[in-house]
Design a protein around this ligand. Structure first.
Ligand SMILES: C[S@@+](CC[C@H](N)C(=O)[O-])C[C@H]1O[C@@H](n2cnc3c(N)ncnc32)[C@H](O)[C@@H]1O
Length: 267
């Protein structure tokens, strides 16, 4: 293990984690181990499974159990306008500020899961500047989840519950209780696979959202990611992290805290 800290070296656990990584396509070595094990243990005891090797065999043959594991680890949980006040702040304060400095903005949703976050950004960009040629890059390490995100369909009522009613009407099509985003929303968003721990980062970004992704990661992994975000942003660009997330030693990385969970790269 190179630039990150070593965690447990129990071979049965490592073999299970490797099998799980292969099955879900998400690297887990930098996920916080105690938190992950706590969640997995409670699922194992509900299923009467007592060892990692038995659990590894079970996830290899039972897709339903694998889906449950993903849900237990809350790997892909997301919704539109998640913590809506953050998006209103982006709409009312951050985008107008950025648009004073640049005509065309480049936004990035890192760890975009099923697409709710980048599509929400696309909606608010459209509200603020409908004629601008702004783009939203949406990345995730999980290919199947991104394929679903790209479709922009099949969202449940629980995933659109925070969307303001007028925007729900304007940007969604509802059929039998299932919601899809329309082409106005989809056209600005480009999906790309990226592992935040090992792949190159885009450059010259105006605004990055990385929420509820690194929360599962070890501290050294977080620091590497935040350093890379600082380099990916243009001077004056913004980084939004999740509601309960905080960047340690943010000043050393060239960030200035400008509100709860909002950082600006020093100009
Ligand atoms: C809980 S979702 C967060 C979705 C969205 N950002 C939000 O806050 O609603 C976390 C996402 O991070 C992705 N992820 C996990 N490890 C990653 C990595 N190393 N690189 C990129 N994405 C990763 C997962 O696949 C998952 O889709």
């Amino acid at each position: 293990m190179s630039r990150f800290e070593e965690q447990s070296n129990d071979p049965e656990w490592i073999a299970f984690r490797t099998a799980l990584e292969r099955a879900i396509g998400v690297p887990l070595a930098q996920y916080k181990e105690p938190q992950m094990k706590r969640r997995l243990h409670s699922l194992m005891s509900r299923r009467g499974i007592t060892t990692w090797p038995v659990f590894a065999k079970a996830i290899a043959t039972e897709q339903k159990l694998l889906d449950e594991v993903k849900d237990t680890l809350t790997i892909n949980v997301s919704e539109f306008f998640r913590q809506a006040d953050r998006f209103f702040e982006i709409r009312d304060r951050v985008l107008p500020q950025l648009l004073k400095e640049r005509r065309t903005l480049k936004l990035w949703s890192a760890g975009c899961s099923i697409g709710c976050e980048p599509y929400t950004l696309s909606m608010i960009l459209n509200e603020v500047d409908p004629n601008g040629a702004h783009t939203v890059l949406a990345t995730d390490v999980d290919m199947p989840i991104m394929a679903r995100a790209k479709e922009g369909t099949g969202y449940h009522a629980s995933e659109v519950r925070a969307v303001p009613p007028e925007l729900l009407k304007k940007y969604f099509v509802e059929k039998n209780g299932s919601y899809a985003v329309n082409d106005t929303v989809k056209k600005r968003v480009q999906f790309r696979r990226q592992d935040l721990l090992s792949d190159p980062y885009p450059k010259d970004v105006d605004l990055i959202l990385c929420r509820n992704v690194v929360i599962y990661f070890t501290e050294p992994a977080k620091q590497v990611i935040y350093t890379s975000f600082a380099q990916a942003l243009r001077p004056g660009g913004y980084l939004f992290v999740g509601g309960s997330e905080m960047i340690m030693r943010s000043q050393e990385l060239g960030f200035r805290a400008t509100g709860t969970s909002i950082y600006q790269r020093a100009a």
